[in-house]
Design a protein around this ligand. Structure first.
Ligand code: F0G
Length: 456
């Protein structure tokens, strides 16, 4: 085992700004208790997301200079295409400006009222894109995924029996595709096993339903397979990733995660006729097929990043440093989703603040208190992000109330994370004083990004 230290040294630094508690009280009030409305300069350690926040390597920065900015046929596209093709095996590869652009195109081609799109768990932008077409997004996680204390090694798995039951219930002709999200972000950054992907594919093949992967954290998922799935310990993350993609009919990826890039993504498919239809929408919404909403330099940075994210030393550090942070929280008694995920540690807000009802957003209470306490920004993944209302306006809570501490790739050192763990331990000792929130306004979809709240 290599030592558990950052496998890089720091060449460029970016100062972070310290604020006082009275300043943060005012800043949070002005942000209407929604941390998406804070300025990043007012945040000391930003664990809002691991998306687009990675530190690029010296080789990625060098690659930027090689960007070919030609409108059509840019060299950078062909380099990008070669890397994505060698990873996924897919013959048709379309760059997009980020993951949700791929979701929009896929949903426009496959989704309409009356159709159903199952997943292990849809991410919020995926669900919103599906809803927008009138189709229905259905989550089919295994039961263990809904138990924060279960230490099942592959809590990202899809419930294959429920998938089959769903196909029987609605009919295969109403299921235009099935998605698997690697890793399952919404339920804790949990991996999907190769055994499960194979089983899902076998069921879908019987009914002629295509399998698509939301592969934005494919490298972390591949590494979990290496660590946890029998028979894979001696395989490289690249070999495992190739085996995963070989089972899919198509995939899309937000390169802002395991692409180690600050922007970008792609959509890739095997079917030529489908590729023709994608190309038309890509030109309409994103750009010419050899840049798809990105600059040539972005394509270069992604091509390099996709390779770096599969390096074993990097993945060892990545997965183990997240686990190390989880250990510090566990030691302080803080209830977390077990086992810790690949890109984040999730706090079980329902157990952290059981005195706050779901409709008063226990996760948001923790997020706000953590900012006030330490200048650390986390994100609620619970009733605020995923909750709904029934026709009478009564709150329908999602299965879990979580707070996500997402860890940007290669950005924060161990001492930064120790500081966060100490702040959370302090907060946990005062948890009985946390108070809930009420919504002041409610945008119609993806409300958590812009909603205004007030403390109760
Ligand atoms: N799918 C998953 C599983 C994601 O986590 C995200 C983004 C997307 C799709 C959409 O990609 O942002 O490039 O359009 N997740 C970010 C997050 C926003 O914070 O987890 P995008």
């Amino acid at each position: 085992m290599p030592p558990l230290i950052e496998p890089f040294r720091i060449k460029v630094v970016e100062p972070i700004r310290f604020t006082t508690r009275p300043e943060r009280e005012e800043l949070l009030q002005r942000a209407h208790y929604n941390v998406f409305r804070l300025r990043s300069e007012d945040v000391l350690i930003d664990l809002l997301t691991d998306s687009g926040t990675a530190a690029m390597s010296d080789r990625q920065w060098a690659a930027l200079f090689q960007g070919d900015e030609a409108y059509a046929g840019a060299r950078s596209y062909y380099r990008f295409e070669e890397v994505v093709h060698s990873l996924t095996g897919m013959p048709y590869i379309f760059p997009v400006h980020q993951g949700r652009a791929a979701e929009r195109i896929l949903c426009a081609l496959f989704g309409r009222a009356g159709t159903v799109i199952p997943s292990n768990s849809h991410f919020d932008t995926t669900r919103a894109n599906i809803d927008y077409t009138g189709a229905q997004a259905v989550d089919l996680p295994i039961p263990e995924a809904l138990s924060p204390t279960s230490d099942h090694p592959f809590k990202g798995n899809m419930d294959v029996e429920r998938l089959e039951a769903l196909i029987h219930e609605v009919g295969p002709e109403r299921i235009p595709l099935c998605l698997l999200t690697l890793t399952n972000n919404t339920l804790g950054g949990q991996p999907v096993s190769l055994g499960n992907i194979r089983a899902v594919k076998a069921v879908l093949s019987r009914y002629g339903i295509p399998l698509f992967l939301d592969a934005c954290r494919y490298a972390e998922n591949a590494y979990f397979i290496k660590l946890r799935e029998p028979g894979y310990a001696d395989r490289t993350p690249l070999e495992i990733a190739r085996e995963i993609f070989a089972l899919a009919d198509g995939c899309y990826m937000s390169a802002k995660k395991d692409g180690l890039a600050n922007i970008g993504g792609f959509l890739a498919v095997r079917d030529a006729a489908l590729a023709d239809r994608i190309r038309q929408l890509l030109i309409l919404w994103e750009g010419f097929p050899t840049y798809g909403g990105l600059a040539g330099r972005d394509l270069e940075a992604i091509a390099q990043g996709l390779l770096e994210a599969l390096q074993e030393e990097y993945l060892y550090y990545r997965i183990h440093s997240v686990a190390h942070f989880a250990t510090a929280l566990r030691r302080a008694g803080i209830p977390i989703v077990e086992p810790p995920g690949g890109h984040a540690v999730f706090i079980d807000a329902a157990r952290f603040a059981p005195h706050i009802a779901p409709e008063q957003f226990p996760g948001q209470a923790i997020v706000c208190a953590l900012y006030l306490q330490a200048g650390v920004r986390a994100v609620e993944v619970g009733s605020l992000m995923l909750g709904k209302r029934d026709s009478r306006g009564v709150h329908i809570a999602p299965p879990l109330e979580l707070v996500r501490l997402a860890i940007p790739r290669r950005v924060y050192t161990q001492s930064h994370m120790e500081y966060v763990a100490e702040a959370l331990a302090e907060l946990y000792s005062q948890r009985h004083s946390l108070r809930g929130f009420r919504l002041r306004n409610e945008p119609p979809f993806l409300r958590h990004f812009t909603a205004e709240l007030e403390p109760l």
